[in-house]
Design a protein around this ligand. Structure first.
Ligand code: ZN
Length: 432
């Protein structure tokens, strides 16, 4: 156990000096600790200016989660010039993170200015020895604008758990008259969080501030319209799609996708959804998308009120079973489409989605054929048609892993259809 401060003598609220407590009361956004139904939460803390003589005098910090992205913002009293960037012997600027016990640091995120770029040293700290046991160098997640530094990433990339975490920002500055005669610490070897070397600053001055890391669950996407057969061809991304579920094959396909960190889109038949809430939530929790595939797999190419009824009933079922996910993509059964149908789906906020790679897996050609058709047919921006329902789908289920591995080896990454089409995802933050 290696506390970053002497143990607090009394309860948490009393650990902070009065000045900080006032700032906390004024600035702390209650939303961060309450149940948050919307997709964003934030927590803001200030620090007195001039309490450090160094160039890295801290002015404030905030902790914000917007959907799946966590942003830690650190404000300094003065803009950080290129010559005063932390890292190496000039100084350090790190965020200590604890969970479980607020006194035990488990992660130390240090921003490093190197050349013209910023990077993050994500140090894994042993909770028993306090020593660094591993370090991951992350690029392109630290940004600076004047006196504002941000670290933006998915919580999992920073190694943070879902739940309550405790933060503490520390800086030291080792140059200039007031701070010069001090040994240069290195962010990688300093194990104690509180440095007495150089000109230090801390935020909060003592103890930690707390914030919650939420699980981001997709709540829907930006309404779409029109019809597409593929996405933009400029990037090596592909959207795998599965029609005619949910079915008994869906959980196995989900497990395969999750184990490979790949996402897909499930175009579902409305009448099969009641009672499948667990599968629906699992689909969304893993970052996949749900699309509308009519209520009874009817041909709705004639448009009009029949199509409208089939589509709106299915969207309502998806919304009620998932607890609020509004689909923004629709796939016409049999690919049977028309201008009249596209206007019906558009009026309901959904882009009609065909495909440009057909595995014809419903004809049961065998796993090898499904794999070779999916992998061989895919181009940048492709939409691949497969089925997780409507018949025996073991062959398709067995093909999913090889398809993902082979396309990934060719440089493809996997996106949902809403992502492929640039239809932004709306998020809900969940406590667990
Ligand atoms: Zn179908």
């Amino acid at each position: 156990m290696r506390p970053w401060n002497p143990p607090a003598p009394v309860k948490v609220a009393a650990r902070f000096p009065i000045r900080f407590a006032v700032a906390l009361a004024l600035a702390c956004t209650i939303a961060a600790l309450a149940a948050v139904p919307s997709g964003a939460a934030s927590h803001e803390h200030g620090d007195a200016l001039g309490d450090s003589q160094g160039r890295l005098d801290l002015a404030g910090a905030s902790f914000t989660q917007d959907g799946p992205t966590l942003t830690i913002t650190i404000r300094t009293a003065h803009p950080i010039p290129a010559g005063a960037r932390p890292g190496g012997s000039r100084g350090t600027l790190c965020v200590n993170v604890a969970w479980g016990s607020p006194d035990v640091v488990r992660r130390r995120l240090c921003v490093i200015g190197r050349g013209g770029a910023w990077l993050l040293h994500d140090n894994v700290i042993s909770p028993t020895s306090g020593r660094i046991t591993a370090r991951h160098t992350r690029h392109r997640i630290v940004r600076q604008a004047g006196s504002r530094l941000t670290i933006s990433a998915a919580p999992a990339l920073l190694g943070l758990p879902i739940g309550l975490v405790h933060f503490n920002v520390r800086s030291t500055w080792n140059r200039g008259a007031a701070c010069a005669a001090t040994p240069p610490p290195d962010d990688g070897t300093a194990t104690g969080a509180a440095s007495t070397e150089g000109c230090p600053d801390a935020l909060p001055d003592r103890g930690t501030f707390s914030a919650r890391v939420w699980r981001a669950v997709a709540a829907g996407c930006t309404p779409g319209r029109g019809q597409v057969s593929n996405g933009p061809r400029g990037r090596k991304v592909v959207a795998l799609t599965f029609d005619d579920g949910p079915s008994t094959y869906t959980p196995g396909i989900l497990r395969t996708l999750s184990s490979l960190h790949a996402r897909a889109t499930f175009f579902q038949i409305g009448q099969q959804i009641p009672g499948q809430g667990a599968i629906e939530r699992q689909i969304l929790a893993a970052g996949n998308a749900i699309g509308n595939h009519t209520w009874s797999h009817a041909s709705v190419a004639g448009g009009g009120s029949f199509a409208r009824g089939q589509l709106s009933r299915t969207s309502s079922q998806i919304i009620s079973t998932t607890g609020g996910y509004h689909p923004c993509v629709f796939r016409p059964p049999y690919g049977a489409t028309s201008g009249a149908l596209v206007s019906v789906s558009g009026a309901l906020g959904m882009t009609s989605v065909i495909w440009d790679v057909d595995t014809n897996d419903w004809q049961l050609p065998g796993t090898a054929a499904v794999i070779s058709r999916a992998v061989g047919g895919t181009r940048p921006g492709s939409i691949v048609l497969m089925h997780d329902g409507g018949g025996p789908r073991a062959g398709t289920a067995a093909a999913v892993g090889p398809i993902v591995r082979q396309l990934r080896a060719k440089g493809y990454s996997f996106v949902t259809v809403p992502e492929l089409l640039g239809l932004g995802t709306r998020w809900r933050l969940s406590k667990s």
